[in-house]
Design a protein around this ligand. Structure first.
Ligand code: GDP
Length: 360
């Protein structure tokens, strides 16, 4: 499964947030593996459609899609110099498919800030700088090796060209995710190097609860990271919310003017940042959301349920979620001509409710 690595400077609220992410044990019943790895938090993707489907099909249970977060030890300023970022840190972050930087924007004078003042923009550039330097170090080692290999016809010259172009971008202080067509960085050629700044980024601003409803302040913070996505949450509040039952949690959220928890928002934004989407299946046993990559075809989607479904794929019976709910039942949706038969080339749309037909 794809994972999101959580990074940030010390004392910004990473552990507080991560503890909230892992306490979210509503999943334990469906995902017995959810607590096996101590530094992995598996969070359900909020999806109100599942309950509606369960009502239509009288499903016994709901199985949401999930998003996995990995806690990666903190970054400090200067970390990429001297000892370097640390092998464990680098190994963990290289494995992550996207990076979520937690940034402190809460005031609390009792919590020491490593740089002395709370300055989200400064913190974000500190972390960027460390990741950029780490990638530069990787390339400084890789480029001479690639030069030799290209001479000996053991490496594709396109990889060397991409590595050199990447080094130029990093030298100018920019992460590779900010490279434009002009920079000529062919990211696909760089995959084997495990560079950190090619990964998609998202940002969590750990704010005081008063900021949650302060759109002007949130716009200021958003501007720092645009076009990347920003999620605003109060990590302390989130750690209290996960201790409450659904009704109490809704009341506490309402008292700070919110309708959705920060963790739910983070799960949604994280899922999209990973380039994922869901499709739905439903029956008396369960109503379930399945995770696929955006752009996947029907047979690829079927393969997520079982490899046999992909191998023996014949066709898919597909109805849009909205059409199904409007019709009321599957039989009514069929009678209304809303259930389509789709073949091997069909590209899945978000919210497709599907039944696959396959040979075994
Ligand atoms: P980490 O080093 O990034 O993992 O940070 P921690 O999660 O350990 O948090 C550092 C300190 O900040 C702890 O004392 C937390 O209780 C406190 N803290 C974390 N989040 C918040 C928050 O949203 N508001 C306030 N006031 N304090 C927080």
């Amino acid at each position: 499964a794809l994972t999101i690595g959580i990074v940030g400077l010390p004392n910004v609220g990473k552990s507080t947030l991560f503890n909230a992410l892992t306490k979210n044990d509503a999943l334990a019943a469906n995902y017995p593996f959810a607590t096996i790895e101590p530094n992995v938090g598996i969070v359900p993707l909020p999806d109100p459609r599942l309950q509606q489907l369960a009502d239509v099909f009288n499903s016994e249970k709901l199985v949401p899609a999930t998003v996995s977060f990995v806690d990666i030890a903190g970054i400090v300023k200067g970390a990429s110099e001297g000892e370097g970022l640390g092998n464990k840190f680098l190994a963990n972050i290289r494995e992550a498919d996207a990076i979520c930087q937690v940034t402190r924007a809460f005031a609390d004078p009792d919590v020491v800030h490593v740089a002395g003042t709370v300055d989200p923009s400064d913190d974000i550039s500190t972390v960027h700088t460390e990741l950029v330097l780490a990638d530069l170090q990787t390339l400084e080692r890789a480029i001479p090796r690639l030069e030799k290999e290209v001479k000996g016809k053991k490496a594709d010259p396109a990889v060397l060209t991409a590595a050199q172009a990447a080094a130029t971008v990093l030298d100018s202080g920019r992460p590779l995710s900010a490279a434009t067509a002009k920079d000529g960085v062919d990211v696909a050629q760089l995959r084997e190097l495990g560079l950190l700044t090619t990964k998609p980024f998202l940002y969590v601003f750990n704010v005081d609860e008063t900021v949650l409803g302060d759109e002007a302040r949130k716009d200021e913070l958003r501007a720092i990271v645009a076009p990347a996505e920003a999620v605003f949450l109060d990590a302390k509040l989130e750690s209290e919310l996960v201790e409450l039952d659904a009704e109490e949690a809704a009341e506490l959220l309402a008292s700070v003017g919110q309708t959705e928890s920060g963790l739910d928002q983070l799960a949604r934004v994280g899922f999209a940042t990973l380039g994922l989407q869901t499709y739905l299946t439903a029956g008396p046993k369960e109503s379930r959301a399945w995770t696929i990559r955006q752009g996947w075809t029907a047979p690829q989607a079927a393969g997520v349920i079982h490899t046999d479904f992909q191998r023996g794929f014949i066709k898919a019976e597909v109805v849009g979620f909205e059409d199904l709910i409007a019709a009321g039942t599957m039989a009514d949706a069929k009678a209304a001509g809303k259930v389509r038969i789709e073949g091997k080339e069909y590209v899945m749309a978000d919210g497709d409710v599907v039944e696959f037909r396959f040979n075994v």
